[in-house]
Design a protein. Structure first.
Lengths: 120, 120
């Protein structure tokens, strides 16, 4: 089965979404990601969606849910690489993604996570 | 058209291959990657293939070629996350990938690139 790789960099995790997230892949990702957060005691997750040219409310909710799951496991999530068209669609769909932080690219997302860790 | 995202982290680039690399996607990736190396003056490229459960000689050669292209642009390539089955297949296919360095995971690959940069 298709599986989205989760890359570890220190105590941060990086997920790059490139494929269509149908139910099965999405659930597998949430499962893998929560397990990995627990396993390595991750402090942050960066989700890169620069490859996604469009999103629907399913993906929007998936990202919001994944971020909430990470939060209860004490890891902060930053979504990076969102295209302008995707931002427009998400707002129009009413998927507000509360509590999800965003950054322009992976580098800035990682910097954001490291900075907020230092402030703790 | 499908496009594999290239993530920038400092002066290193990270490519995670998750989808089947047919000709068109592969050529697009080589094109994007060489342009990006030149644009940001990248010193290293990490190619993560942990999502690939099998490879054929096309992908093997593609990785070797991409690495050679990066080298002439003064960037070193490290392939990470290769599965044991993939390593077996590559050797059996006779795709030796000369000059391509490998590491167990992204973190170790990045460490390798930073180390070899310090030695310069």
């Amino acid at each position: 089965m298709e599986r989205i790789p989760i890359l570890r960099m220190g105590d941060l995790l990086l997920v790059t979404i490139q494929v269509d997230l149908h139910d099965q892949v999405a659930m597998q990702l949430q499962n893998d990601l929560t397990n990995e957060i627990e396993r390595i005691n991750a402090k942050g997750v960066v989700i890169d969606i620069s490859a996604l040219e469009m999103v629907d409310s399913f993906i929007g909710r998936l990202i919001a849910d994944t971020s909430s799951m990470a939060r209860v496991l004490d890891a902060e999530t930053v979504v990076v690489g969102m295209r302008p068209a995707v931002a427009i669609t998400l707002v129009e769909l009413g998927v507000a993604m509360p509590g999800v932080r965003t950054a322009l690219n992976v580098e800035k997302g990682m910097a954001l996570l490291m900075q907020s860790r230092r402030e703790d």
